[in-house]
Structure formats: structure tokens, C-alpha cells
Design a binder for this molecule. Structure first.
Ligand code: ATP
Ligand code: MG
Length: 421
């Protein structure tokens, strides 16, 4: 996976030729050494932002207040950041103002963990001031410098630590973990959007159980919105599932937590869970789409585990991808012998779910070959209220296989069989 760096090497050359130092830094170097796919190749340089702008005419000034210029180069974008420190921290948050410095070591010193504080030259030589390579090899997450101080500078780093534990399946070094336990409350000063990003990455990591166990053990969960109410359910999830199996996406993961909580609390009203999901979404500043997805997954977990045999109609209106994700997860968990789905009345079988999905002529109203606009254009009922009724009528007829889902056939069927109310 050196290709990404070869592609970016000319950028370093341009900076060198202009008399500046420049290195690859951060996550890309870490992932390169771990032989993982490389996402963004970030560059650190001694050149000031204005000098970077002058050298790379095609740039965007996102993050310029932090010394970062986004450069467009041969079809890719790169973030080029001037060597800097973040000297004046207030309120445990990353500072708005930064101080530019002239050497790489000072820049690397401000980074969170030793594995993220590696740099690499265009000759692919690693620069390693803090023994990050050893920690990579030993699979350890260790704060750069004094952990306590580093978390006081920026509390989000604690969340990043548990996120990396999940993502990389690494252990957190003792002193670093102790400092997270002691400083967990600092998380309350951090903008929730930043916490959400890290939590969602934790959920989808390759060892989410390890990350979640740290998240619970360290007490971080007590200092993020809402989750203190869910500690028992989260612990149950850890105890009752096989962790080898990654979770499909963050919304899938959140829904699993809500469903486990629903079961464990003996609740019976789905509306209460829906409300709780909306509250989480609001408190964690998630998108409406994310809230809808969590709710949709939740409903599938619930119906799937409370109703032994599904009719074809049960599959209707549900997102096929979500149905299959749930069924696949159940199947693997049952096979692992863990207890989460031990009470499942029927066996979990994604193939069968796929067959049922395929049997449905349409999966939701959106797939109906006519919509309100077509009905207005072709039928134009006097009472506009009829439009919705007509669509429901056609939807039912298609699901009952009384008519095929094609525009002309649907319109004919409507004209011949629909009785205005
Ligand atoms: P990912 O694979 O998720 O992108 P990453 O390590 O690249 O992981 P980024 O958020 O892209 O994470 O940050 C790039 C680099 O910037 C990090 O590797 C680290 O060196 C530094 N960094 C990012 N956030 C912080 C922080 N809160 N405190 C200190 N250093 C940070
Ligand atoms: Mg990155």
C-alpha cells in the first residue's frame, strides 16, 4: 500500500525544492506500517500557509486558522499543515489559536498517541521520536508524553484512545488508561459532535467489544449524553455476543443497544423506545437519517425476535439491506453459541429472508410504478384527497398480485376497479 505515498511524493518534492521540510504524518503512516488501507495522506511542513498557497495554486483554505491548506493534486486532495504546537489550551478543548514552529519534533509532540506521532520522508524512512513503532508492534495505545496533561489539553483524546482500541484491536497502556479513568469527566467540556464521530468509529471497529469495554471500565460513558442509563444493557451486549463479528454500521450498533435495553427493562411500548432513540439522536446531534435508521433497525430486531414466523407482509416496508444485516448477525451469533439470541424461536437464515424479499413485488410505496404526480396527470380526481387513497389501493393490489407493477397496467386497473369514497 505504498502507492498512495508514491502519488503524493511530488508534493514533498515541491516543498523541498522551495527550501522547506516536509513529511507524511499521522494516521496514514500508522496505517501504512500496519499494512491497512490508507485513507488520507496528510503532510506536515515547515512552510507557512501563505507559502503553501503560493506553491500550490489549486487549493482550498479549509482549516487555515489551524495552519492547514487543502491542496488538490493529480486528482486527489491532501491536507498540508504547517508544523505547529497547540500551546494555549482553555477549558480542556483544542485551542482556536495555534503557534507555528520550525521543527518536526515539536509538531509531533502535540499529537495524541505514539502510534499517531510517526512521520515518514518521501524515501519512506520513518521518523519516530516517541517509540511509536515499538507500540505499533506491541499493539499498544500510549499517550505522547504525560497522559494526564495530554487529556487536559484536549479531552477528546480519551475518546480517540478507546476508539483506536476498537478500530485497531490494541490495548491501552496502563498509565494512559489510568489517566482516562481519572479525567473522564473532562469529556463534558467537549463538543458533542466530536464525541459522536469517535463513538460511531468505536462501534464499527474490528474489536468493538474491546473499545466498548474500555469505554465502560474507564467511566467515559458517565460523561457523554444519555448513556449512563444504558450501562447495564451495554455490559449485557458485551457478555452475550461473540465479538469477532463486526457490527454492520453505527446505526445498527445503536439499535442493538436500544433493543437490548427494551428486552432487559421488560418494557412493552415501542413508542417509548422510539422516543428514547430520538432523544439520543438529539443529545448526540445525529442526523434525522441516522435516527430513522436506528429506529428502523430497532423495529426489525423487535419484530424478528418477538414473532416466530413472518408473513410476507412483515417484510414489506422494511429496508432489505437492514433485514439482511440483522438476519446475518443473528445467524453468526447463534452459531457462536453466545446467548444473545438463544431464545430465538426460528433459526436465523439470511437466504430465506432474501427469498422472501425477492418474492415481494414491491418493497415499499416508493417502488410503486405510479406516484401522486402520475395520478394527477392521468386520472385527475376532483377530490385531491383521493390521490392517497388510490395509491394505497394500488399498493394493496400489487402486493396481492392482482396487478403487475407497471404504469399502464396500474392505471387501467385503477380506472376499472377503484371506487371513489
Ligand atoms: P483516521 O484513520 O480515523 O483518520 P487519524 O489518526 O488519521 O485516524 P485524524 O483525525 O485524521 O485521525 O487526525 C490525523 C492526525 O492528527 C492523527 O494521527 C494525530 O497525529 C493528530 N490528531 C488528530 N486529532 C488529534 C487530537 N485530538 N489531539 C492530538 N492529535 C490529534
Ligand atoms: Mg485521518
Amino acid at each position: 500500500n505504498a502507492r498512495e505515498f508514491e502519488q503524493a511524493a511530488p508534493i514533498l518534492a515541491i516543498l523541498h525544492d522551495a527550501g522547506y521540510e516536509a513529511y507524511f504524518v499521522g494516521g496514514a503512516v500508522r496505517d501504512y506500517l500496519l499494512d491497512l488501507p490508507i485513507h488520507d495522506v496528510d503532510i506536515a511542513t515547515s512552510a507557512y500557509p501563505a507559502e503553501v498557497q503560493a506553491l500550490f495554486p489549486r487549493h482550498f483554505d479549509v482549516g487555515i486558522e489551524h495552519g492547514t491548506i487543502m491542496v488538490w493534486f493529480e486528482g486527489e486532495t491532501y491536507e498540508i499543515t504547517t508544523f505547529r504546537t497547540e500551546s494555549t489550551y482553555q477549558d480542556f478543548r483544542r485551542p482556536d489559536k495555534v503557534t507555528f514552529v520550525q521543527n518536526l519534533e515539536e509538531d509531533l509532540l502535540r499529537r495524541d498517541f505514539t502510534i499517531n506521532a510517526l512521520a515518514m520522508t518521501d524515501q519512506m524512512t520513518i521518523v519516530d521520536y516517541f517509540d511509536g513503532k515499538t507500540d505499533l508492534k506491541e499493539e499498544i495505545i500510549r499517550a505522547v508524553g504525560v497522559p494526564h496533561d495530554r487529556f487536559h489539553e484536549d479531552g477528546l483524546r480519551m475518546m480517540r484512545g478507546v476508539r483506536f482500541a476498537s478500530q485497531l484491536d490494541f490495548d491501552i497502556e496502563d498509565k494512559t488508561l489510568l489517566a482516562i479513568e481519572e479525567n473522564a469527566a473532562i469529556l463534558e467540556h467537549i463538543a458533542v459532535e466530536r464525541i459522536t464521530v469517535e463513538m460511531n468509529k468505536l462501534w464499527i471497529g474490528k474489536n468493538w467489544q474491546k473499545g466498548l469495554a474500555y469505554f465502560l471500565k474507564s467511566g467515559l460513558y458517565l460523561h457523554v449524553p444519555v448513556l449512563s442509563d444504558y450501562a447495564t444493557s451495554l455490559q449485557l451486549l458485551l457478555d452475550e455476543t461473540e465479538g469477532e463479528q463486526a457490527l454492520a454500521n453505527a446505526e445498527f450498533a445503536w439499535s442493538l443497544m436500544f433493543w437490548r435495553h427494551f428486552v432487559q427493562s421488560g418494557a412493552s411500548d415501542l413508542q417509548d423506545s422510539h422516543k428514547a432513540i430520538r432523544q439520543l439522536g438529539k443529545a448526540w446531534k445525529m442526523s434525522n437519517q441516522a435516527v430513522d435508521d436506528i429506529t428502523a433497525y430497532f423495529d426489525i430486531w423487535h419484530l424478528r425476535t418477538s414473532k416466530a414466523s413472518w408473513d410476507l407482509a412483515d417484510y414489506y416496508g422494511k429496508d432489505p439491506e437492514k433485514l439482511l444485516a440483522v438476519e446475518g448477525y443473528m445467524q453468526d451469533q447463534v452459531a457462536s453459541g453466545k446467548s444473545l439470541f438463544a431464545d430465538l424461536a426460528s433459526s436465523a437464515d439470511p437466504m430465506k429472508v432474501q427469498t422472501e424479499i425477492d418474492r415481494l413485488p414491491i418493497h415499499s410505496l416508493k417502488e410503486l410504478a405510479v406516484n401522486g404526480r402520475v395520478i394527477i396527470a392521468q386520472i385527475n380526481p376532483d377530490n385531491k384527497r383521493e390521490i392517497g387513497l388510490m395509491l394505497s389501493f394500488l399498493e394493496a393490489a400489487v402486493l396481492d398480485l392482482k396487478v403487475v407493477n407497471e404504469e399502464a397496467a396500474l392505471l387501467t386497473y385503477l380506472r376499472e376497479h377503484y371506487q371513489a369514497n
